[in-house]
Design a protein around this ligand. Structure first.
Ligand code: COA
Length: 281
């Protein structure tokens, strides 16, 4: 669907690019001509992602860093730029999350998630932003959030708080840094069955319920998310700035809407219920 050279000339940094959504975005971007740097804590998945991209004929490099550490982020960006040339785009995908009752969280548990998601996104964004402002060539930022960034969600309060912050950062910088030719957008994915997310957030018996909560009655496919990401990073989206695109099969609207649950029932039954409520004449 896309021109095969859609991202030619772009050099992207993708945090958490060794696994899951990050790796899918990295491979798709590389296949469309971008040079891709993947950053993460564990070297093994990063090496594998880079090897896969190179085997497919793409250009890639990796650097290991914890996004919570600004000095480590700066060092990793130096490393990637030494290997691939100046970065032109950033995908903030690295995340930390787990299900927990809020009253049971330790201060350190809250901090761990917020530091990875919010502070980590700030560190990478500021590092790249400073370089782009100095160089004068603009840049593009894409951050992975979630629909509960604005809906809120029980049992993932640190993540909800942090993702809300990332969305606020996105919309703020879309205006503040437009002056420098830097665009900032976000994607809010619904349930995509990656090992990282599902092993932490989807107990066995909840997966079916989660599926039923999606009006399209399926989970997302990695290629669908990857395609959206490359579109938003590409010149095709040059006028899209400060936007958050939801890709969830309608899940959040369904769950948020008062009578959305009716669609869980067979339609005949719903219609019979509605009929029964009609005033009798
Ligand atoms: N429930 C409650 N508290 C938890 C928890 C859970 N499931 N998992 C971790 N914690 C707490 C720890 O007990 C610790 O608090 P304490 O020091 O008061 O005991 C705190 O969180 C930090 O945990 P630790 O394992 O030391 O942190 P870490 O920096 O090594 O790991 C996490 C960060 C916890 C976010 C870890 O899950 C992680 O590394 N995730 C990365 C991948 C990821 O989550 N991806 C998300 C895909 S949706």
């Amino acid at each position: 669907m896309f021109q095969p050279d859609l991202l030619r000339g772009q050099t992207l940094l993708i945090t958490g690019g060794g696994t899951g959504l990050g790796r899918a975005m990295a491979e798709r971007a590389a296949a469309l001509g971008a040079a891709v740097g993947v950053l993460g804590r564990r070297t093994e998945p990063l090496e594998e992602a880079v090897a896969a991209i190179r085997a497919a004929g793409g250009s890639a490099a990796w650097a290991s860093a914890d996004v919570r550490d600004p000095a480590a982020v700066a060092g990793a960006v130096d490393q990637i730029e030494a290997a691939l040339g100046p970065l032109t785009g950033l995908v903030n995908n690295a995340a930390g999350n787990f299900l927990a009752a809020t009253e049971d969280l330790s201060p350190n548990a809250f901090n761990a998630v917020v530091q990875i998601v919010l502070n980590g996104t700030f560190h990478t964004t500021q590092e790249l932003g400073r370089r782009w402002i100095e160089r004068g060539g603009g840049g593009v930022i894409l951050s992975i959030v979630t629909t509960y960034a604005w809906m809120g969600s029980p049992f993932v309060v640190p993540s909800a708080c942090a993702k809300a912050g990332v969305l606020a950062m996105t919309r703020s910088l879309a205006v503040e840094w437009a002056t420098y030719g830097i665009r900032a957008n976000a994607i809010a994915p619904g349930p995509f069955p990656t090992e990282g997310a599902f092993s932490r957030l989807m107990p066995e018996d909840m997966a079916q319920k989660a599926l039923e909560a999606v009006p399209l009655k399926r989970f997302g496919r990695l290629d669908e998310l990857a395609d959206l990401s490359v579109f938003l990073l590409s010149p095709m989206a040059a006028f899209i700035n400060g936007e958050c695109v939801v890709i969830d099969g309608g899940e959040w609207l369904h769950n948020g809407q008062e009578f959305g649950r009716f669609t869980d029932l067979p339609r005949d039954r719903v219609k019979a219920m509605l009929e029964a409520l009609k005033p009798k004449r």
